[in-house]
Design a binder for this molecule. Structure first.
Ligand code: MG
Length: 159
């Protein structure tokens, strides 16, 4: 069996008048993430980890922010496309682990729903997807509630 590991990172600015969508789940908050797509920073980090594991580049290459086609795009749909890309090459996801870094709102109550949504999109069992949330201890842009970032690691296997 072959194995590959990939890591992904993303950050988006918080802005008034935008929806906050993380892991495909809309979360009530006075600000949301700014971006060309729905700016789902967790899903973007996972996509980059999947692409990175197979040296397939990054999400900007497949879904360029300059292309109107991806304006307001549902990032779960983009994730599904990336998953097909890796499946076409015979790879399967072993597991995903991730961290969302946000000062506010409290994300813990939403982590289970995010995990379940990602599991459905990727045809995985929820125990294959780890999502953790932490604050940035009030430090830097994330700590000042100007942004939310996410980190992800994936393991791919091929028989
Ligand atoms: Mg992004």
């Amino acid at each position: 069996m072959q194995i590959r590991v990939g890591n992904g990172y993303d950050i988006h600015q918080l802005a008034v008048g935008r929806k906050l969508i993380l892991g495909g789940v809309e979360i009530a908050h006075e600000k949301g993430l700014l971006g060309h797509s729905d700016a789902d920073v967790l899903t973007h980090a996972i996509m980059d980890a999947l692409l990175g594991a197979l040296s397939l580049g990054d999400i900007g290459h497949y879904f360029p922010p300059t292309d109107d086609k991806w304006k307001g795009a549902d990032s779960l749909m983009l994730l599904s496309q990336v998953n097909h890309l890796i499946q076409e090459q015979g790879w399967r996801i072993g597991n995903i682990d991730s961290v969302i870094v946000a000062e506010r709102p409290k994300l813990k109550p939403h982590l289970g729903e995010m995990r379940d949504r990602l599991a459905v999109i990727l045809s995985l069992t929820p125990d294959q997807i780890g999502i953790k949330a932490t604050t940035n201890e009030k430090l830097d842009a994330v700590g000042r509630e100007e942004a939310i970032s996410a980190h992800a690691v994936v393991l791919l296997t091929r028989n």
